[in-house]
Design a protein around this ligand. Structure first.
Ligand SMILES: O=P(O)(O)OC[C@H]1O[C@H](OP(=O)(O)OP(=O)(O)O)[C@H](O)[C@@H]1O
Ligand SMILES: Nc1nc2[nH]cnc2c(=O)[nH]1
Length: 185
């Protein structure tokens, strides 16, 4: 589905704000503290999952006061839609060799988990010394890949389609400064 900017503005105007920006800032502070406690001495490589992970990574970085490196990957199974497909489509793999590195995968949302599970498996297969994951929000339902959880998670959201803080609605609204749920979804 192709959205016009006017339709995107209407979706935003009628959406429910689930978590406002000040609460997200607190959640990010807590995530950063937990990540720092575990990774500060490990020279970690942070991998941003494009495109949605860009705000989470961008908000975390200035909160992490230790040496680290950053790279990105692009893997998607929603492709701008609100329903995910069965296959994770890899568009870009990390350029930095993962062998022997302590890797932190950073994404916006853990929903059904197929995306994160695929990325974690890729990092393990590439020989990472350890692989952890950080997601800004996790969605509450029982459809997630069994046994999969993020090591660091900011907030929980109900089982609705959400946008903001990097998360899109048909490729718009990633810039919304809060976590919103689309009305009626
Ligand atoms: O847990 P899952 O159900 O697998 O979904 C989570 C993934 O869905 C979104 O990516 P998407 O494929 O929409 O790409 P995007 O990052 O460009 O929005 C989001 O950024 C996560 O990576
Ligand atoms: N923007 C967005 N992306 C998702 N990917 C998986 N679930 C969601 C969601 O609720 N919102």
């Amino acid at each position: 589905m192709r959205l016009t900017p006017e339709q995107a503005a209407e979706v935003w105007a009628s959406a429910d704000c689930l978590i406002p920006a000040p609460a997200m800032a607190k959640a990010l502070d807590q995530m950063a503290a937990a990540i720092s406690a575990d990774l500060a001495k490990l020279n970690p490589l942070l991998l941003c999952v494009m495109t949605g992970g860009v705000v989470t990574l961008g908000q975390l970085l200035p909160r992490l006061a230790f040496p680290l490196q950053v790279d990105y990957l692009h893997a998607t199974r929603y492709d701008g839609n609100t329903q995910g497909g069965d296959n994770l489509r890899w568009l870009v793999s990390p350029r930095t060799p993962l062998s022997g590195r302590h890797v932190l995968v950073v994404d916006d949302i853990l929903d059904e988990g197929l995306t994160l599970a695929g990325i974690l498996a890729h990092c393990q297969e590439a020989g990472a010394a350890s692989v952890r994951s950080a997601v800004l929000v996790k969605k509450l339902h029982d459809r997630c890949v069994p046994g999969l959880r993020a090591d660091y998670c900011g907030e929980s959201v109900p089982d609705r389609y959400v946008f903001g803080y990097g998360m899109d609605y048909h490729e718009y609204l990633r810039n919304a400064d809060g976590i919103y749920a689309v009305a009626g979804q």
